[in-house]
Design a protein around this ligand. Structure first.
Ligand SMILES: *Cc1c(COP(=O)(O)O)cnc(C)c1O
Length: 363
């Protein structure tokens, strides 16, 4: 931890623990571990090598899938948004990827393709974003023709919130569609619905395959942003103190002089800012851990730095590290202070932040 830069320490054992927790919650289901966006900022290749027990992996972009394959990951990989054109479809064949089909143009691509592909048909049951409509699903299955249907997929739009009504409706919709269609196509009997919120809160959504993402990294998918005790946070984001100074009474700090010292105050400057992924929207007063103690963010977050108010007898010195979230400081708490969710904080940790790993397994 002596690095001079912002660092994200990744605990791969925590990710394995969270993965196993998802399996315990849904013992009858297979698991597609969702590792898009570089495993939500945690490093997709490292995470995939750790999760040997995952039945498959889910990614959003074909480039993400290609990187995983080229690093030697051999489990099935699913393109959650499918392919755009023939070139991508060919890449999907070469790299043996599962493809999600959610739109008519993709059905046309599949229809014209000669090679057989493994296809999930995505049905819109309420998200309103991607997916074949319930009433067009039978025709879509027919149009897939000789492609191998793996099953039906849908995505939950309300599972992160307190009202379970819409989630139950979505489950009912796809379940009755599935039981109707499996008479003509047995694979339509295979269902995947659950994201992390579904895994944690809606056992009825587990079915054949769960697709946990955020929970694998130990963060809560729920709107209340309460940390979930049974999950282990996997990322500790920290930065080095590069200056400790005394600001005299009446002097201000940072852009716009947002904070003014009411009395002579010691201030630590930490070399981490919004270019590292610490949001500029983070409010003054947000906790930062220094020597395990909560201290307050003051002034405006700048590109490469933040300032933190020290107590008179704090022994913090340049070179010491400050924890911005992670061990001892839940990412959910910081998300609240920045008016956002854990998803954006974790995926927002930028490329210049060094990742270090605990519990690494080589491929
Ligand atoms: C991102 C994603 C998931 C995982 O969602 P979490 O809320 O992170 O668990 C599951 N399914 C699909 C289709 C996704 O795009």
């Amino acid at each position: 931890m002596s690095s001079k830069q912002a660092t994200a320490q990744i605990d791969l054992d925590a990710i394995l623990h969270n993965f196993n927790r998802a399996k315990e919650l849904a013992p009858a289901s297979q698991v597609m571990a969702v590792i898009k966006a570089d495993a939500y900022g945690h490093g997709a290749i490292k995470v995939a090598n750790k999760l040997k027990a995952a039945n498959s992996f889910g990614v959003a972009r074909i480039s993400e899938a290609v990187k995983l394959r080229e690093s030697g990951i051999s489990q099935p990989i699913c393109l959650l948004e499918g392919v755009m054109n023939k070139e991508e479809l060919n890449l999907a064949s070469i790299y043996e990827l599962q493809v999600v089909v959610h739109s008519d143009y993709q059905l046309d691509l599949m229809h014209r393709a000669s090679a057989r592909r493994l296809v999930w048909l995505k049905i819109d049951t309420g998200m309103g974003r991607l997916g074949i409509s319930v009433k067009n699903t039978a025709a879509a299955i027919e149009k897939l023709g000789h492609q191998t249907l793996l099953g039906l997929m849908t995505h939950l739009s309300h599972a992160n919130g307190p009202d379970s009504g819409p989630t139950n409706e979505q489950i009912t919709k796809i379940s009755s569609l599935s039981s109707e269609l499996k008479r003509i196509e047995p694979a339509a009997g295979v269902l995947t619905i659950a994201n992390s919120a579904g895994v944690l809160m809606h056992p009825m959504s587990h079915l054949d395959l769960i697709r946990p993402g955020l929970m694998l990294y130990g963060a809560s998918p729920f709107d209340d942003l309460e940390p979930i005790n049974e999950l282990h946070p996997a990322m500790t984001f920290s930065g080095p103190i590069i200056s400790v100074r005394t600001v005299s009474q009446g002097e201000s700090i940072g852009y716009g002089g947002l904070w003014t010292a009411a009395e002579d105050t010691r201030v630590a400057v930490i070399a981490t800012g919004y270019a590292d992924g610490y949001p500029r929207e983070t409010k003054q007063g947000t906790p930062v851990l220094i020597h395990g103690q909560k201290r307050c963010l003051i002034g405006r977050v700048s590109m490469d730095m933040i300032c933190v108010q020290l107590e008179a007898d704090d022994s913090a010195r340049p070179g010491d590290r400050a924890v911005l979230w992670g061990e001892g400081l839940p990412v959910e708490e910081i998300a609240k202070c920045a008016d956002t969710v854990a998803y954006t904080l974790l995926t927002g940790v930028s490329a210049r932040v060094t990742r270090t790993y605990r519990g690494e397994v080589r491929g």
